[in-house]
Design a protein. Structure first.
Length: 80
């Protein structure tokens, strides 16, 4: 968890945006793989890896925000 704590929000936001819109010329892979997931055609291991790789910065961002919210909730519960 220290790895996630050491990541800064600006870096995560920039990485999440860049990975979400890559490649810059064609349809972004994240959107393409999300559509495949919704259609039930995301079956090839390479496609699954690509989907996870392109969504990893966003997932890390969500985990970091969740950890901060959890820590704040624990502080408020210990004060009462």
């Amino acid at each position: 968890m220290n790895f996630i704590n050491n990541l800064s929000f600006p870096v995560l936001i920039i990485l999440a945006i860049l990975m979400a819109i890559a490649p810059f010329g064609a349809e972004p892979h994240l959107i393409e793989k999300w559509n495949m997931l919704m259609a039930g055609t995301l079956r090839k291991p390479l496609d699954i890896f690509d989907f996870l790789m392109h969504s990893a910065p966003f997932i890390l961002f969500v985990i970091k925000v969740g950890m901060i919210i959890n820590k704040a909730a624990e502080k408020s519960n210990s004060v009462e």
